[in-house]
Every structure is written in C-alpha cells, then in structure tokens.
Design a protein around this ligand. Sequence first.
Ligand code: SAH
Length: 246
Amino acid sequence: MFKSRIFGKSIVSFEKARHRMVEDQLIPRGIRGPRVIEAMRKVPRHLFVEEAFWDRSYGDHALPIGEKQTISQPYMVARMTEALDLTGTEKVLEIGTGSGYQTAILAELAAKVCSVERVRSLFQKAQTSLNRLQYFNVALKLFDGTYGWPEESPFDAIIVTAGAPDIPPSLLDQLKPGGRLVIPVGDRASQMLKKIVKSPEGLAATHLTGCVFVPLVGAFGWEPEGSGNNLGGSLNHVSDDGDHSV
Ligand code: SAH
C-alpha cells in the first residue's frame, strides 16, 4: 500500500476521510451525480486550508480561510456543483475563488473554469494551491466579480459562492442561451440558493435550499462591512489594479 507521509499524516487517511465525507454527508442528503461524487472523492480538500485545520477539513462544516472568509461546507459545494449540470465540455465562471477548492471541483468536471476573487491574499493562495495540483484548465482574475468576466464570456454555467442582495445583471448577460446560474440571494445573514436557467423564452428560477454565505462585496453586491449603508448595485466602481482587495 502507498505509505507516503506528509507532516505525519498519511495520504491514505485523508483519502479515507474523503470517502467518509461522501458516504456520510453527501449521499444521505441526495447528492447522486456520479461525476460530482467522483470529484468530491478525488480533490484533496485539506490542501486548500491551513495545516492547523487539516484534521477538521473533511467535517460537515465551513472553515476559515483568512480575511474573514470561509471555504464552504462540502455538502454546499456538491449541491451547487450538481445544480450546474456539467458534462465536461463547459466553460464555467466562478465568482468568489476563496480557497480555490470549489474551483478545483469545477475544473474536474468542466473544460475550462474562469474564477474571480476580490481579495488579493486569497487570490494568491488559491493560485498556488491550484498550480501545485496542476489544474491547468483554470484562469484566475483579481477583480470585482459582480461585473463577471466580459472578456471570457459567454459561459455555459456561472456559480457565485458569496451571498448577493440581488442577481448582478452582468452575470445574466454573460450566460449562454441554455446556461445555468447558481447564486445565493438574500440578506447579509442568510440567503436562498437560486438556480436560474436562461432559455429562449426567458429566465426560469428554482429555489434550491436556504443557506448562509459570506457577503458578495462589490458594485452590484454589498458594501464592504463597516462602510455604513448597503447600496446593492451602487456606483462603487473599482479599478482593475487589484488595490481594492482589502
Ligand atoms: N468557493 C470558495 C468560497 C469562498 S467564500 C471556496 O471554496 O473556498 C466567498 C469568496 O467570495 C471570498 O473569498 C470573498 O472574498 C469572495 N468575494 C466576495 N465578493 C466578491 C466579488 N465581488 N468578486 C469576487 N470575489 C468576491
């Protein structure tokens, strides 16, 4: 058996933890897609958090990743991914790279993933983690993702991993006909996970589940915390130099 050890923990034990995560947290809650399950079994979630959290990285919860942000609970990652209906040919946009874990899951399941993050330190860490794991079908950008990524559009699927006050219009514009958008919408404290399908007849929305995400902060999201009022969709445009990532 493969006995390689990293920092005193065997790779085998993390693999076991991943399999247990799928059996105990995902399958009983209705995650069925074989490709999603395979990706959740494969991607080493612990490598997307600080070593101090490795022991808890396959638990049934979100974990801190610095800058007051979190890596989402495994079930939420699987649920959102499943809702995108990926077959392997798609170009996907993710808003809120965070740790890069959800990005890696998407990279397993789609042809190309474009992911936008507004916090520089998280963007850099995610870039390192994804490079180390050799996810070469991923492009990352440091910017306000409420504008989407016009130069790379259109997308077959868009996933927003932060809670929005409303659906940013640019994301709907950048979705292909037949495309799927999965986004938590609500107030700062809690949201409803929505799936929007863009068809020739228009937009069809389904409500998937209640959820709690960190806020989507930006021109078509929330104001940064402590800045007073919440003007969702305000005129708070930021430049492309990344210096807005506080
Ligand atoms: N998918 C991530 C979850 C990260 S939490 C993971 O698996 O780790 C949500 C992330 O969205 C945070 O990193 C936060 O900084 C980022 N975010 C919030 N508003 C954003 C915006 N307007 N554009 C890009 N990223 C944003």
